[in-house]
Design a protein around this ligand. Structure first.
Ligand code: DQA
Length: 142
């Protein structure tokens, strides 16, 4: 399969920010781990990160219009909790999207329990650190 792993706002600081919540692995290290996992399984993967909501919308449109992947693994960061633009973009495309979070958003502040994306995603994985991304990939392949 071809996967697109997308990360949204503030995820570029993974490994450097709030290490007690998100761990010490950088996004680059996490992406390398995902790459190695996909390579072992004969899958292709590409990565995209942006702090800008519209750029994430554009990337979803591009994936849809160019048919460049079979599934999207998406950690939208805080956009998860309020971005109707990303929700509509996910609803607009026929590529399945998995919502992913490294932390267990249900065990944190109340505002994190709300996701405006979940309803239009294929499924949700949270709480397994960097392995949340891998778990979503495995789920798509099962
Ligand atoms: C996050 C959880 C979000 O609530 C938060 O805003 C993030 C990261 C996670 O991976 O646990 O930036 O998506």
């Amino acid at each position: 399969m071809k996967f697109l792993v997308m990360n949204g706002v503030n995820l570029n600081l993974t490994g450097k920010r709030e290490q007690s919540v998100y761990g010490t692995q950088t996004l680059e290290q996490i992406n390398e781990k995902i790459s190695a996992f996909c390579e072992r399984n004969g899958d292709e993967v590409s990565f995209y990160q942006s702090n800008i909501e519209g750029e994430l919308v554009n990337k979803l449109h591009e994936a849809f219009l160019s048919r460049s992947c079979d599934a999207v693994i998406f950690n939208a960061g805080a956009f998860t909790h309020y971005s109707y633009a990303l929700r509509d973009a996910i609803a607009s495309i026929d590529i399945p999207v998995a919502e992913v979070h490294m932390s267990n958003v249900h065990a944190r502040e109340p505002f994190r329990k709300t996701s405006v994306l979940s309803e239009v995603c294929k499924g949700v994985v949270c709480g397994f650190g960097a392995n949340s991304y891998i778990a979503a990939i495995v789920a798509f392949k099962a």
